[in-house]
Design a protein. Structure first.
Length: 128
């Protein structure tokens, strides 16, 4: 139960950090490119890299790891977990899985977004 509570608290912290960072960026940068999300994703990758190295070298309690990785970073950006998992596949020399993860997550993920959007648009059109 303690782990769940810490994940929930970490999630609240991460969501507020994401909102703060993206709002700050979008307020200052004008344009079409999603700079706020880009900054969150890149900074999340930097932070998870630092924290993962710390976990490998320090004895951090399981609850604290869950709070940081699942809670804070999970709410801040799941892209950091994607980056870490891809990095670990690279370290294990699993190049086929690296390609599958990178290409599959990006291409299939965007295709699923388009499919969901298009199917829902179609449903709303026929319901009118």
């Amino acid at each position: 139960m303690t782990t769940l509570i810490l994940i929930a608290i970490g999630g609240a912290v991460g969501a507020l950090l994401r909102f703060t960072v993206t709002s700050y960026i979008y307020y200052r940068v004008d344009g079409t490119f999603p700079w706020g999300t880009f900054v969150v994703n890149i900074s999340g990758c930097l932070v998870i890299g630092v924290l993962w190295q710390m976990v490998e070298n320090l004895s951090l309690p399981h609850h604290f790891r869950s709070f940081l990785f699942i809670g804070v970073l999970g709410a801040y950006t799941t892209f950091s977990a994607y980056g870490l998992e891809t990095f670990n596949l690279l370290r294990e020399n699993e190049l086929g899985y690296v390609l599958l993860n990178v290409l599959g997550s990006n291409i299939i993920g965007i295709a699923m977004l388009v499919l969901g959007y298009t199917a829902t648009r179609y449903l709303f059109a026929i319901m009118k």
